[in-house]
Design a binder for this molecule. Structure first.
Ligand SMILES: [Zn+2]
Length: 342
């Protein structure tokens, strides 16, 4: 109970902290005046946005009936604000650069250069690449387990973690898909979907780490071990979506879950005689170093490559090695079980 109160207190504390904390860029009065002005006129300097063409009555000037729907208008209004913020940010950053000042964050994000309306093109491309690598890893595992390794007499694979790895693959494909969507357009919905999928993936991979490291094979024991993690992750996702999308708190939750599974794998790699334990070591150390990138936040180089994009780059080779470990593990377990059966 005391722990619950502490958690609740921390949650409330960080949510208040999150509300008070505006980024340096959007607190700047010059930027604010620019956005206000742009929302009225649709122009920043001599650049005018087509999204801000409203009539005095508040409905679009002409166009077919479906463009006059209120939903479309709200979208247009939102797009106008988003475009104004973007162009004001660019013009303000240009001024700041001339004054020799370093870039600052606007609404919690670094000033990125858009390409064809895509907000963070490098992160989108890397997320797509991660998606492809995950898919390739999963397919190669699927082929190995279903077509190359022998089956049990009951026509099921020997490897006891096959189903869990399939679920893991679905969670990670889902997570990388929403990551690509979120980095191309950052709106409330895409942000929530990206954060929720990432939390779900981290939660499931923590369950998987616990089950594999402690070699939990009994169905009832598996349910017992995963239930508390499942409950916590579900609560956290509901908190993010229904109460407050609190970045600081979410970062702490994700870091703790990530670190916990890295430690589990590292300790196991230290004590096990698994033939592919070196792959675990590389993933653990690489994953740990990559996490530093997520913590060490620097402004995007030339408006494109920031720490987060680099972090997405490091996960590509690690994913390849990770699925290679999973394939080795399935072969290793299958051999051991066949030997035992003889
Ligand atoms: Zn990302």
């Amino acid at each position: 109970m005391a722990q619950c109160r502490l958690l609740l207190f921390l949650a409330v504390f960080f949510s208040i902290f999150g509300l008070l904390h505006a980024s340096a860029g959007d607190a700047d009065p010059v930027y604010r005046a620019c956005v206000d002005q742009c929302e009225k006129t649709g122009c920043v300097g001599n650049k005018c946005s087509q999204h801000c063409n409203f009539t005095s009555g508040g409905s679009p000037i002409d166009g077919p009936w479906y463009l006059q729907e209120p939903l479309y208008l709200r979208w247009k209004q939102w797009d106008c604000l988003s475009d104004c913020r973007y162009h004001c940010m660019l013009s303000r950053e240009e001024e700041r650069k001339k004054l020799g000042l370093k870039p600052v964050k606007y609404h919690g994000k670094w000033p990125f250069q858009r390409v064809n309306g895509i907000q963070e093109p490098v992160s989108v491309a890397l997320s797509a690449l991660n998606l492809a690598v995950q898919f390739h890893g999963w397919v190669s595992f699927f082929i190995l387990v279903n077509y190359k390794l022998p089956f049990r007499p009951n026509k099921k694979p020997y490897y006891e973690y096959t189903g869990l790895w399939h679920i893991y693959a679905i969670f990670s494909l889902n997570s990388w898909f929403w990551s690509a969507v979120f980095h191309s357009r950052d709106v409330d919905l895409t942000e929530k979907l990206d954060y929720s999928s990432a939390v779900a993936l981290l939660g499931f991979s923590l369950i998987l780490a616990v089950l594999r490291v402690f070699n939990v094979r009994d169905e009832a024991a598996r349910v017992m071990a995963s239930a508390p993690i499942l409950a916590f992750v579900t609560t956290h996702i509901l908190y993010l979506n229904c109460y407050q999308l609190d970045y600081g708190w979410n970062m702490k939750v994700c870091m703790s879950m990530g670190m916990l599974q890295l430690i589990l794998w590292a300790v196991w790699a230290g004590v096990t005689r698994h033939p592919s334990r070196w792959k675990l070591w590389v993933v653990v150390i690489g994953g740990g170093l990559a996490t530093l990138l997520e913590l060490y936040d620097f402004p995007p180089y030339r408006g494109f490559v920031d720490a987060h994009a680099l972090w997405h780059a490091t996960t590509i080779p690690l994913t390849c090695l990770w699925w290679s470990f999973v394939r080795d593990d399935s072969e290793f377990r299958t051999k051991t079980l066949i030997k035992k059966a003889k």
